[in-house]
Ligand binder design. Structure first.
Ligand SMILES: [Ca+2]
Ligand SMILES: [Ca+2]
Ligand SMILES: [Ca+2]
Ligand SMILES: [Ca+2]
Length: 353
């Protein structure tokens, strides 16, 4: 049958990719260890970077949002994402580079199209930066890649995103988002930021005056909060409680584990394909990639939560149709939890009923 031929090709291709991935992570041990933001080699795997507060009094604080990266092995590149407000100037800077770090910085929109030409002015061991004016509110990406053949030792660098003309009268707004959600967009007319991982605390440099903070998160009603901030002051806002759309708290699919963000990345899909290719049987394993391991395991190892992809029937085995369902959720871009969905999920963004 044509369809099965297509899929055997498809799986062969992915098995090849898996081998490549496995060999990269193996040889990495001989060089340097991966930075804590890996895997982040694609736009889809980009990790959020909040806006750095460039005031001297914020230097060295826990929330200065300076990220430590490196180019740990051949082909490593680092993608970050951030929310920008129209008409403002932004800087992405690679600072304190190791002697072999020769970074180029590219800025991309959500479609992966370059916003400005890639910047590569400095030599190895020198800081690099790019500066640009944002043309429309939205999420943007930076790709930091190594020029030349050096990887591993001495390729480390620090990465910051900041507003270069941040006024001396700026203060900052801080507070908590409940529940903590990754990639929530926090924005005013002046400044925007993405919440980082599952940290509920936000901490954003902001000019003084009266503003409205808007919080948008997948699966939740958009929430607005007026506030006032005085010159050079820290203003702690009341907790922001996000209300689930249709009163159904969003739930992540267990395939969506690195990172959980209502998007099934290629590497997340590959993990399920890997289980399928190994025969489909799996069991719970807290130390296994994504919380599961190959093979039927013991009865004890099948007492935990089954994988969300194992639903038709739930038999501790991933069938081809169950795998196809995950491909469908991935192809739609975002997915969401939906009790009416065949597997408790549905493609696309949640809609109000
Ligand atoms: Ca890296
Ligand atoms: Ca990387
Ligand atoms: Ca994901
Ligand atoms: Ca099954």
């Amino acid at each position: 049958m044509k369809v099965s031929k297509f899929f055997s090709f498809f799986f062969k291709m992915f098995s090849g990719l898996l081998l490549i991935t496995a060999s990269i992570s193996f040889s990495a041990e001989a060089f340097a260890s991966a930075d804590s933001y890996e895997p982040d080699n694609t736009l889809q795997n980009a990790k959020a970077i909040p806006l750095h507060d460039s005031r001297p009094e914020s230097a060295g604080s826990e929330y200065d949002w300076i990220q430590s990266h490196n180019f740990y092995d051949v082909g490593d590149e680092d993608w970050v994402k951030f929310y920008l407000v129209e008409g403002k100037i932004y800087t992405v800077e690679v600072k304190e580079p190791g002697s072999k770090c020769n970074a180029a910085i590219g800025i991309y929109d959500k479609f992966g199209d370059p916003v400005i030409p890639e910047e590569n002015m400095a030599f190895a061991g020198e800081k690099e930066y790019t500066q640009f004016t944002c043309k429309a509110d939205g999420i943007y990406y930076a790709r930091i890649r190594q020029i030349g053949a050096a990887y591993g030792e001495d390729t480390d660098y620090k990465l910051v995103l900041y507003i270069p003309i941040q006024g001396t009268d700026w203060g900052r707004i801080c507070g908590n988002i409940k529940p903590p959600v990754p990639n929530a967009i926090l924005s005013t007319t002046e400044v925007g930021s993405l919440s980082y991982n599952n940290i509920s605390y936000y901490h954003i440099p902001h000019p003084p005056g009266s503003f409205i903070l808007t919080v948008e998160a997948t699966g939740y009603e958009t929430c607005s909060k007026p506030f006032e901030i005085n010159e050079r002051q820290d203003t702690t806002l009341d907790d922001i409680s996000l209300k689930p759309i249709n009163n159904e708290p969003p739930k992540y699919h267990s395939a969506d584990y690195n990172s959980p963000d209502y998007e099934i990345s290629l590497s997340e899909l590959l993990r399920l394909i890997q289980i399928y290719n190994e025969g489909g049987a799996y069991h719970c394993d807290p130390k296994g990639e994504g919380g599961y391991a190959f093979g039927a395991g013991s009865a004890e190892e099948r007492k935990g939560e089954p994988h969300d992809s194992d639903y038709n029937p739930q038999d501790w085995n991933i069938s081809q149709s169950e795998l196809l369902r995950l491909i469908q959720l991935r192809t739609s871009g975002l997915y969401h939890s939906d009790p009416a969905g065949e597997d408790g999920f549905a493609p696309g963004k949640p809609k109000r009923r």
